[in-house]
Design a protein around this ligand. Sequence first.
Ligand SMILES: Nc1ncnc2c1ncn2[C@@H]1O[C@H](COP(=O)(O)OP(=O)(O)O)[C@@H](O)[C@H]1O
Ligand SMILES: [Mg+2]
Length: 212
Amino acid sequence: MIVALLNQKGGVGKTTLALHLAGAWARQGKRVTLIDADPQGSALDWSQQRARENLPRLFTVVGLARDTLHREAPELARDADAVVIDGPPRVAGLMRSALLAADLVLIPAQPSPFDGWASAEMLKLLEEARIFRPQIVARFVLNRCAARTIIARETADGLADHDPPVLASRIGQRVAFADAARTGRLVCDLDGNSPAAREISALAAEVGRLAG
Ligand SMILES: Nc1ncnc2c1ncn2[C@@H]1O[C@H](COP(=O)(O)OP(=O)(O)O)[C@@H](O)[C@H]1O
Ligand SMILES: [Mg+2]
């Protein structure tokens, strides 16, 4: 299974959710490889920070910000139960390659009524990729949600009608994510019972069911 977190918008939570999904599956005993496809290498930085803090290594992080990603990823997937791709911002060639590699595309988005959740270009690239690989499954993941706005929006316009559809699991705006990231940690390393940790478990379970 190859899951790619993609959105050309920056700061929406691609890296945060990629690391946390990889961590959640690794903790269940799955062999997970995370591909850092962002030339900025923030997942690699996280992994290096984690090593400096002498924390247990949960999964392998490899840097592969190349247009050949779709050729390398299946090789990596052969030796893993799950491959998670932390996608690049704005780089169309890399984005295309990541889309061609993925079985499941998750589009993290910060819900805002003023803003499309993904760039039009990102959705166009998804449609293009589906010409070659019609089996690609895509879902929005709402991240950094303020509880009230979400409930209001949900009743207002029926999120289920969205295309791509929206996952039921939502991730709230929680400082634990930023605190954990700075020290090479995941939110469950800080407190396994925190709301952030429970939201991640629910998301990992829902995505796991989708991916089969
Ligand atoms: N649910 C959240 N609550 C609070 N902060 C978050 C959340 N998700 C991400 N962040 C923070 O927002 C910033 C951008 O997130 P990041 O995962 O790096 O986005 P992207 O990879 O899409 O650019 C980071 O500082 C991260 O710690
Ligand atoms: Mg990132």
